[in-house]
Design a protein around this ligand. Structure first.
Ligand SMILES: CC(C)(CO)[C@@H](O)C(=O)[O-]
Length: 360
């Protein structure tokens, strides 16, 4: 295990992304005492450099002025910055926007030491490991499925409303022994574990990922379309009965057909009630949309939908939700200048035309 650096007193860990999930991950890793964390911050860098994070956490209480061991406003380059030690773990907590570059693989390339760095994807969705395993064939890639309800309410202010439960699993990588990926996942689970959080090792990555999709494919997506918190959806009843539960049941059928998993009806009902009424929780995809950001709808909904359709599972609810979200993503791309639509009507302006930059 020496080549993974697991014999060192503390792991050298890089956390990329410092919103709710990333900051709480950095906090748990430092609190656990087995990691020295460097966090890569973007929009909140100046604020956090000056006064640290203010965290209001269900598990850790109110913490003022907290910073991880090191913060940076750029992704390091371990080949060019001679003073940097190779990272044992690179933890990715950014949103995974599969349809728009730069990809996660491009983002992390400068910090992955071939054959050494363990890449931990603390992100939602399905098949997210595929491009990472392809780009870094000799590095273990591990899965983190967060249940945490953490968000950045304003720059440097983190609100964390659900108990932090993180499910860690090895992704399969045909190029390296399964036991190496398992040991990497177990070691990360140990490093993340600290008083207040529940970090669980789940050997079956499909079980962890499909179960979380119940929530993400339904609540995240419908909340984004309706701009509505999950408490109001439950009060309405019909949103649950005609959209949320049917979407979850389609994920349940897909999980069975695609991965052989049995998700019970009881699990669906528990997932419908996972947020407390008092939280008036706005799922992360809705928060992204409200900030005018692109959403990770392809990994959260597109991938399970395509897998389901390949296996002949009927998915009428998910298909409609997906099509609307694809339209919303198109609008966001236009507002960000990623798509240019001609403003003057012409003979070339027609159904299916490619927009000026070729994206349509
Ligand atoms: C816990 C959760 C599934 C529901 O609030 C969500 O907030 C999350 O992804 O942490």
């Amino acid at each position: 295990m020496g080549s993974l650096g697991f014999d060192a007193p503390k792991h050298n860990v890089l956390v990329i992304g410092s919103g709710g999930v990333g900051t709480m991950a950095a906090y748990a890793l430092e609190k656990g005492g087995r990691a020295t964390v460097t966090a890569v911050l973007r929009s909140n860098f100046a604020v956090v450099q000056k006064r640290g994070f203010d965290i209001d956490s269900r598990d850790h209480g109110k913490i003022s002025g907290w910073r991880p061991s090191h913060i940076r406003n750029t992704i390091p380059n371990t080949a060019e910055e001679a003073q940097l030690q190779p990272y044992d773990f690179v933890v990715v907590t950014t949103k995974n926007i599969a349809d728009i570059p730069p990809s996660v693989a491009t983002l992390i390339a400068p910090v992955v030491t071939p054959g050494r760095t363990v890449i931990a994807l603390l992100q939602n969705g399905l098949n997210i490991e595929k491009p990472i395993v392809a780009a870094f064939p000799n590095n273990p890639v591990i899965s983190g499925v967060p249940y945490i309800g953490a968000s950045q309410s304003s720059l440097g202010n983190i609100k964390h409303v659900n108990h932090d439960k993180l499910i860690i699993s090895p992704f399969s990588n045909p190029n390296i022994p399964a036991s190496r990926c398992e040991r990497a996942a177990e070691e990360f689970q140990r490093a993340y574990s600290c008083r207040g959080v529940t970090c669980i090792y789940e050997p079956n990555v499909d079980a962890a990922r499909w179960k979380k999709l119940l929530y993400n494919s339904s609540y995240n997506t419908v909340a984004t379309i309706l701009r509505m918190d999950t408490s109001r959806m439950r009060v309405s009843e019909h949103i649950i009965d005609s959209l949320i539960r049917p979407a979850m049941q389609e994920i349940q059928a897909a999980a069975k057909a695609v991965a052989g998993l049995d998700i019970s009806d009881e699990t669906i009902e528990e997932t419908i009630r996972i947020d407390t009424f008092e939280a008036f929780f706005r799922p992360s995809m809705l928060q992204d949309a409200e900030k005018g950001n692109l959403t990770e709808f392809e990994n959260i909904l597109g991938e399970p939908l395509r897998d389901a359709e390949r296996h002949g599972v009927p998915t009428p609810t998910l298909r409609v939700i997906y099509s609307i979200l694809k339209g919303l993503q198109w609008q966001t791309m236009e507002s960000k200048g990623l798509i240019t639509v001609p403003q003057v009507s012409s003979s070339t302006m027609k159904y299916g035309m490619r927009a000026a930059n070729g994206v349509a």
